[in-house]
Design a protein around this ligand. Structure first.
Ligand SMILES: C[S@@+](CC[C@H](N)C(=O)[O-])C[C@H]1O[C@@H](n2cnc3c(N)ncnc32)[C@H](O)[C@@H]1O
Length: 287
């Protein structure tokens, strides 16, 4: 039987524990026992591609040397869930709009308006943020500096994000007037994000569980949705605490609804809006 068709043995309990621990230590992604099939199928598909049939031998390859690091990156691309779409949670994006409009109206704009989209997957979230921010500045006839740094652990997702080409299926939540202004219909039926938005978004590889590797700047908005949900509660809390230090005073943090139910921080207060989980960093802080 050809290599590609041969079925690999199932992961033993020990092997599942070994592989899932490696995944969690390196990415924060915590797999529960029910996700064993996901791990097993992705690891075994990759092993078949490499002509391997021994999970333990592949484990040694993945955990050693530079080639192991490159192989790990390929494997993570396969395991991480990258589901996303434009305006996936519109209320959160509309909250960013209100936040920026208030700053413009109260003449509180900083020198530059800086945003992070963390766990940006294939870029739809970052471009949705760019649409909202561009709307605000155009409405106010302002042309200030703004930039979105979009971070993900998956290099293939980032490549797709930089290409900025999307199928109509990803645009279901985009309003017709937004499509008209910000997306160009291509001959093959796909849509391309217009260059004035593309040039505002910088996609970069990063790992949220190593916040020190994130750019050492302070930003106005941190948008992080549908990522923390894959982590254990203590890790979600540690990450959120680290992100607070990356916000400018008065900065806004938005996560997915219910992704950190009981998180509190002395420098942050939760915004009282039902359908958005947002926190503002205090403007004035005790030294
Ligand atoms: C389900 S997608 C969410 C995409 C988008 N934020 C949304 O809400 O539609 C989760 C993304 O987080 C990325 N990811 C997983 N672990 C990560 C980590 N430790 N650091 C950065 N990104 C990570 C995955 O590669 C994936 O693209």
């Amino acid at each position: 039987m050809a290599w590609s068709l041969r079925k690999l043995p199932t992961l033993s309990d020990r092997q599942f524990a070994q592989w899932s621990t490696l995944l969690e230590e390196r990415t924060g992604i915590h797999l529960v026992r029910q996700q064993r099939t996901l791990l097993e199928s992705q690891v075994s598909i990759r092993m078949r591609e490499l002509g391997l049939d021994d999970y333990d031998r592949y484990y040694v390859e993945v955990t050693h040397g530079v080639s192991g690091m490159m192989e790990w990156s390929t494997l993570v691309d396969r395991i991480a869930v990258k589901e996303t779409s434009f305006f996936r949670h519109r209320p959160s994006l509309e909250y960013v709009r209100r936040y920026l409009q208030n700053k413009i109206n109260n003449q509180q704009l900083p020198g530059s308006f800086d945003v992070w989209s963390i766990g940006c997957a294939t870029g739809e979230e970052a471009y949705s943020l760019a649409m909202v921010i561009n709307d605000c500045f155009e409405l106010a006839a302002l042309n200030p500096y703004y930039g979105i740094t979009a971070v993900d652990i998956s290099t293939t997702a980032l490549t797709k994000a930089r290409e900025a080409h999307y199928s109509a299926r990803k645009l279901e939540e985009v309003k017709p007037e937004e499509i008209k202004r910000y997306l160009q219909h291509c001959d093959d039926g796909s849509y391309e994000v217009v260059s004035k938005l593309r040039e505002r978004v910088c996609f970069t590889q990063g790992n949220i569980i190593r916040p020190d590797c994130m750019p050492h700047v302070k930003v106005d908005v941190i948008f992080c949705q549908n990522l923390l949900v894959y982590f254990r509660r203590w890790l979600r809390r540690d990450i959120l605490n680290a992100l607070v230090d990356r916000l400018k005073p008065g900065g806004l943090l938005i996560i997915g609804l219910g992704e950190a139910v009981d998180w509190e921080h002395p420098k942050m207060h939760r915004v009282s809006v039902d359908d958005v989980q947002a926190y503002l960093r205090d403007e004035r802080e005790e030294q």
